[in-house]
Design a protein around this ligand. Structure first.
Ligand code: C5P
Length: 407
């Protein structure tokens, strides 16, 4: 797990976005991090220490002058016994204190006393975010080495006002934490990788399209995992609702032909992992105008034509990457079909999974795969898509090393 063994001191200050901190705690712990919460008095107006403590499975620290808390840990140890201090949400007020070195409660004292990296996820009304004082404080904090994630643009929970000020989504904060704490080995440093992910949308007319249920979760996770091992990654993504992974160059496309062009434009590369659920067919002659429903008339026939096979194109390309990995989403004869695909598509490895509806894999967060390589097959147990991605990235690094040299 990306954050296993990492200790995060999470400071929650008072804003409506504090409700998102509950999910943030879950997400951090899912990845193996230990989360120790500190709450300001304001934060406790929005979420209860009981909920925060239950999710964190730790004591919630709230008071600077609490004999119990001080005996237990002490604010200096609280500030130092962690790998990262995360402030989420960070109010304008807490940032102002930080920028000026004020320490009049536990949160601000810990922030002044820490020698650990500090990551701040601001959340406030857009007018407060753009206020001259906040601008000055943010500049000062950046100059002091404080890192920021967000805020994002969007509607405010309480006022419905739109603008920049929303706290970054928990998963984006987690990605940022992972990047900051990332000090693991980099076996893919100096390597380039292309990953495809998500579905493609094949237009029928300007408003209708043919699509599939791919969420992009597995492909995006693989792009992030390769980047975490030091690779220079380009992700070519079809239309998805999940955010672009951090630390990766993402190219957004809609149609299979666009996806192919984007992939080819990034060659040469050392690694290609084609995860996208590319539509096999597109509408032969998509209409430039919306097709009208005519009363009494039969529905229009849809003539389909074959899409380019991107994996096959890459697998047989003059600038073929040294390691070409494909996926095989099957509902039957998973291994057999995977093996056939290996040869036909010119891949070195096929990650095969059973996407029968009862497995819940397509669109879900877990996966159970078989790795079909030229030298044999291995069965991986059921695990999260992030974990599949990490294991696959490590396997790719191993295989590249085994084949030696640079592509
Ligand atoms: O033939 P099938 O669609 O099952 O093959 C799946 C593998 O091929 C996946 O790696 C997928 O990304 C890739 N593929 C592709 N272009 C297509 C169809 C599939 O790259 N048109």
């Amino acid at each position: 797990m990306m954050l296993s063994g990492k200790r995060i001191l999470l400071i929650i200050s008072g804003g409506i976005a504090a409700y998102k901190s509950l999910d943030l705690i879950r997400r951090l712990r899912e990845r193996g991090a230990a989360v120790r919460p500190v709450m300001t008095a304001g934060a406790q107006q929005f979420v209860t220490p009981l909920a925060v403590g239950a999710l964190a499975a730790d004591h919630v620290f709230t008071e600077i002058f609490s004999r119990e808390d001080e005996q237990d840990v002490g604010h200096i140890r609280l500030a130092r016994d962690c790998d990262l201090v995360l402030v989420a949400p960070a109010t304008a007020d807490l940032m102002a204190k930080m920028a000026n070195g004020l320490a009049d409660d536990l949160a601000s004292t810990v922030l002044l006393a820490t020698d650990r990296p500090v990551l701040v996820a601001p959340a406030m009304n857009p007018v407060m975010w753009s206020a001259a004082a906040t601008r000055r404080n943010v500049e000062q904090l950046k100059a002091d080495g404080i890192r920021f994630i967000g805020p994002a643009a969007g509607e405010m929970a309480e006022s419905g006002e739109a603008g920049v000020g929303r706290m970054a989504e928990p998963l984006d904060i987690v990605a940022s934490v992972e990047r900051l704490l990332d000090n693991g080995p980099k076996p893919l440093a100096g390597r380039t990788a292309i990953v495809t992910s998500g579905p493609t949308h094949e237009p029928i007319d300007p408003v209708r399209y043919i699509a599939n249920r791919s969420s992009g979760r597995q492909g995006h996770a693989i792009a992030a995992a390769l980047a975490a091992l030091g690779a220079d990654v380009t992700l070519v993504s079809g239309p998805v609702t999940i955010p672009d992974p951090a630390g990766v160059t993402t190219i957004h496309v809609e149609r299979a032909e666009e996806m192919r062009d984007a992939v080819i434009s990034r060659l040469p590369a050392d690694i290609a992992v084609m995860v996208a659920a590319v539509a096999d067919w597109r509408v032969a002659a998509a209409s430039g105008q919306k097709i009208k429903k005519q009363p009494g008339e039969a529905p229009p026939p849809l003539m389909l034509t074959e899409n380019p096979d991107i994996l096959k194109t890459v697998g047989h390309h003059g600038q073929r990457p040294r390691l070409v990995v494909g996926f095989a989403a099957e509902t039957q004869s998973v291994e057999e079909n995977g093996r056939a695909k290996l040869t036909r598509k010119g891949a070195d490895m096929i990650v095969a999974n059973d996407v029968s509806p009862e497995t819940g894999i397509m669109g879900g967060t877990r996966n159970r795969v078989k790795i079909i390589a030229r030298d044999g097959v291995s069965d991986w147990p059921d695990m999260g898509k992030d974990e599949v991605a990490e294991k696959l990235a490590l396997l790719i690094a191993e295989k590249l090393k085994a084949t030696g040299g640079k592509a």
